[in-house]
Design a protein around this ligand. Structure first.
Ligand code: ATP
Length: 443
């Protein structure tokens, strides 16, 4: 019996959510490509986060910084020193590699897979290198960013000067990040190329604790608003000895994956680590003059940082349901296990399916295509005429389409269609002229 993760991997490939990178060449490890449904859903996740941050908060603005930056940035951030290295150990017998912090305290000298002897721990820097310009020499070496937030810190002054924002204010960014992970795996949970959504709030040091508490709650609310089951989410306060070196406080938001509770997002009070270091390395004055208190200080930074791919996997797992014997009452359905993806409507890749009852009646097909043309500028739609209507409903349930419209013979007389709700399987008739208003009310 396949476990839930294996089922999700298979669904993703079968229905075009996610493919292995470079698959026709045997695949490229720990990188993945998002297919036609995957890219829609990923865009929906990003839009939901972006709107939540920038539209609902007047003191948060966006940014899109470049991936390649001056190497000085990574010196100042600590990424080129021990701060961004993992401990790597290798089994001398089976040559499997492990992250030091993944090994249990009492078995640090024995391979958990085969019991073989492990090598001494080596520091392994996670930054990926590349070169700019025609000569591959040390001077032209640069790094692919390992996190998006550094692009925000180095633009702190630019944003301050060009927007007249006053503290407290925030900058958010969505973008790719790269890490040479020692142990990638669990499908898209840990990859070497991934996407982050990061938010950095610049505030008065005295207010950082309050903002930290506020933002950890806000982030939990966002997941709950998007329908993630409460019992599968938890906040874990990280004690001082396990925190990232820059963090004055750290809370991990964890999700109960099929492979255990794992981090999906980090909320950190980073103190003045970032701005004070960038000031030191760049020689620029990155202190802020607070007109209200007449003080000059390095703002503290409260950060929320989440991986788009990680929560993509979480949303799929959380929404995945199997119904043996089928929900629909057709005879073919009874033999099968039906898959229902109860994705939040706003995240579903396809919002509305348009289905003529049968495909061999020209008038029905023509009408269905008319309905499709009317709706498609407003919602991401899919027109489908292949197979029995029951089978088509199941195909849409499997990819989480919230609504299916069926065009039948009554449609031709009364200019109405049935609208089927994915979760309730309730079907109502609705006039075509009212469809857009009705659907707009649903999203
Ligand atoms: P982990 O302990 O899992 O390696 P981290 O604590 O190093 O994560 P951060 O540096 O705080 O992670 O990055 C913030 C977020 O970016 C993580 O919560 C996660 O959602 C995402 N992320 C980090 N590394 C990866 C990766 N290799 N693949 C996918 N997402 C990642």
């Amino acid at each position: 019996m396949a476990n839930t993760l294996e089922k999700i991997v298979s669904l993703c490939k079968r229905r075009g959510f996610i493919y292995q990178s470079s698959e026709i060449y045997g695949g490229f490890g720990s990188c993945y490509d998002f297919g036609p449904l995957g890219v829609e859903m990923k865009n929906n996740i990003k839009k939901s986060w972006w709107d939540e941050m920038t539209k609902l908060h007047e003191n948060i603005v966006g940014l899109d910084a470049s991936i390649l930056m001056s190497s000085e940035v990574w010196k100042a951030s600590g990424h080129l020193t021990a701060g961004f290295a993992d401990e790597l150990v290798e089994c001398k017998s089976c040559h499997k590699r492990f992250k030091g912090d993944e090994l249990k305290e009492n078995s640090r000298d024995k391979c958990p897979e085969c019991g073989g002897k492990l090598t001494e721990a080596k520091q392994f820097n996670l930054m990926m290198k590349t070169f700019v310009g025609p000569v591959e020499e040390k001077a032209s070496q640069v790094y692919l960013r390992a996190e998006t937030c550094q692009g925000i810190y180095v633009n702190f002054l630019n944003v301050l000067d060009s927007t007249r924002m006053k503290i407290p204010f925030g900058i958010c960014q969505i973008g790719k990040a790269f890490r040479n992970e020692i142990t990638p795996g669990n499908f898209i949970y840990r990859m070497r190329e991934f996407e982050q959504m990061e938010f950095q709030l610049f505030c008065n040091p005295k207010e950082a604790d309050n903002f930290f508490d506020y933002w950890k709650k806000e982030r939990m609310k966002w997941y709950e608003k998007l329908g993630v089951k409460k019992e599968n989410l938890r906040l874990v306060e990280i004690p001082k000895e396990k925190r990232a070196h820059y963090a004055k406080r750290q809370v991990d938001i964890e999700y109960n994956f099929p492979f255990g509770w794992r981090e999906i997002e980090g909320v950190h009070n980073r103190g003045d680590w970032d701005l004070s270091n960038h000031a030191k390395y760049s020689g620029k004055d990155l202190k802020y003059f607070d007109e209200t208190t007449k003080e000059k200080y390095f703002p503290y930074i409260v950060e929320t940082s989440v991986g788009v791919d990680r929560i993509f996997l979480m949303f799929l797992i959380d929404a995945y349901e199997e119904i043996s014997g089928g929900r629909t009452k057709t005879t073919e359905a009874k033999k099968e296990i039906e898959v229902l993806l109860k994705l939040h409507k706003s995240l579903a890749p396809i919002k509305v399916a348009i289905l003529p009852l049968v495909k061999n009646k020209e008038e029905l097909v023509k009408k269905a295509k008319e309905v499709y043309e009317t709706i498609k500028p407003f919602f991401t739609c899919q027109y489908d005429e292949v197979g029995s209507i029951g089978r088509r409903y199941r195909r849409q349930d499997e990819i989480g389409t919230p609504f299916a419209l069926t065009i039948d013979f009554e449609t031709l007389e009364k200019s109405d269609v049935t609208i089927r709700d994915r979760d309730l399987m309730k079907q109502e008739r609705i006039k075509i002229e009212n469809l857009i208003t009705k659907l707009k009310g649903e999203f």
